[in-house]
Design a protein around this ligand. Structure first.
Ligand code: SF4
Length: 443
């Protein structure tokens, strides 16, 4: 459908504005395509008759971006060439996590991860390489679509732990990231990894003991509680049946009470964690979205109800829990969707059991837009207005972000959630102030 629309728009622009030069025509094609795809206008009847390009462009931007047109200068509207290719489309399969090939560093032949993979997938093809460094580091969209068939098992030597880079000009939540795992097979249409990953496969590091040691050494002399987590460049538990990272992490960090360790997940791959005694400094937090958005925009994640039941089970067992409303997607009807979702969460969970909640509206590097619109041509997540904002990322306009945060915070307050446990992820300090959040986290 969107491919047909794209072709129709190109033909129409050629017919109505034959005088435009190539680059100007490209901008007009993108604007008109987006206006029609997002349903702002039903057909080509709105096309203005201007001969002057600047007037034409302004007029089309005002139609495509009615909320942001008066809020942002013209150079904040991102108008790269639209180039949709059929062969780049993502196609959903029923066996999403079917691993066809393992590529392991030779020295890791007898590692726990390799033997767990062989036990679970006896038919898997195994290749050995000297070092992951030799793997080609460049990836197009077609390669990205195939990445989850291949697992790399490697030994990490340098990149163990780092402070979350957050984003420039944002208020940081003082988080540390344990770089365990890279890549994820769950195919969320909004995933930032699509614009970030540069090799075809998913990496699992076998030397978990080095990660644990580095972290403990790093925080040895820090007495205040420090929040550390996996789940920045992958889902923390998606391969936990193979890696058993959770077992090693819980066993070790439950002895270090100044480390608040967070597993961020959407999966139900949680069996391992119930074989250990729970500890309150070990937290599991689920990324949640209303079911309609999950069905539309996440291809291999469990439904909302299953995630919240898992969260409750983990909390009842004795671990800490939290959740992330990130990315908040302002698709059609979003207010009703988020209200219903928050009602459902608190019908199952007491607010006193929630250790933290993060809120973050949808955002990504501009280049990623071309990947999303090509892989997921019928997406609904790009229909809302997104402009290049303070940190160079595409975001909803400030006014819409503020409206979303205020709306959700108000719903949380009505449920008697302690707002001191709520924080904004990657947001300007002015936004924290304007929505009434203190920049000090009390988790
Ligand atoms: S679960 Fe997270 S890491 Fe995995 S595809 Fe979705 S957004 Fe990306």
């Amino acid at each position: 459908m969107s491919l047909d629309l794209f072709e129709a728009v190109k033909r129409k622009i050629e017919e109505v504005y034959p005088f435009l030069k190539v680059n100007k025509k490209r901008e007009v094609v993108r604007l008109v395509y987006e206006i029609l795809k997002s349903g702002i206008k039903p057909d080509f009847l709105f096309l203005p008759k201007y001969k002057n390009y600047e007037q034409l462009k302004k007029n089309l931007i005002a139609v495509r971006y009615p909320k942001s047109f008066n809020e942002y200068p013209l150079n904040r509207f991102y108008l790269p060439e639209l180039n949709l290719k059929k062969e780049d489309s993502f196609t959903e399969k029923s066996d999403f996590i079917k691993i066809e090939e393992v590529v392991a560093e030779k020295s890791l032949k007898d590692s726990k991860i390799v033997s767990n993979i062989i036990k679970k997938y006896p038919d898997v093809k195994i290749d050995y390489i000297e070092n992951f460094k030799s793997v080609k580091k460049s990836l197009d969209i077609a390669g990205y679509n195939k990445r989850s068939k291949r697992l790399y098992v490697i030994k990490e030597n340098f990149d163990f732990l780092k402070r979350c880079p957050c984003t420039k000009k944002c208020l940081s939540c003082d988080y540390f990231v344990l770089n365990l795992g890279f890549g994820c097979p769950m195919e969320c249409e909004y995933c930032f990894l699509q614009g970030y990953q540069n090799f075809e496969g998913i990496v699992l590091q076998s030397n978990i003991e080095d990660y644990l040691k580095k972290t403990i050494d790093f925080f040895r002399n820090i007495k205040k509680p420090i929040r550390v987590g996996t789940g920045e460049f992958t889902d923390s538990l998606v391969y936990d049946d193979i890696t058993e990272y959770s077992v090693d992490i819980i066993k070790e960090f439950s002895k270090h009470k100044n480390i608040i360790f967070e597993f961020k997940t959407k999966t139900l791959n949680i069996d391992n964690i119930f074989n250990l005694p729970p500890a309150s400094n070990i937290a599991f937090s689920y990324s949640l979205n209303p079911d309609k958005i999950i069905k539309n925009s996440e291809h291999y994640t469990p439904p909302f109800k299953e995630r919240i039941s898992a969260l409750k089970k983990i909390s009842d067992y004795g671990y800490s829990v939290g959740f992330h409303l990130d990315p908040i997607i302002c698709a059609q009807g979003w207010k009703d969707l988020y209200r219903d979702m928050i009602n459902e969460i608190f019908s199952l969970m007491s607010p006193s059991k929630i250790r933290w909640i993060s809120l973050g509206t949808f955002r990504f590097k501009p280049d990623t837009k071309k990947v999303i619109e090509n892989r997921f041509k019928e997406n609904i997540i790009l229909d809302e207005e997104m402009i290049i904002d303070f940190d160079g990322k595409l975001r909803y306009p400030y006014s819409l972000r503020k409206e979303a945060y205020l709306y959700i915070l108000n719903l949380l307050k009505r449920k008697k959630m302690d707002i001191n446990k709520v924080y904004l992820c990657m947001e300007e300090s002015d936004m924290w102030k304007e929505v009434g959040l203190a920049p000090i986290l009390k988790w």
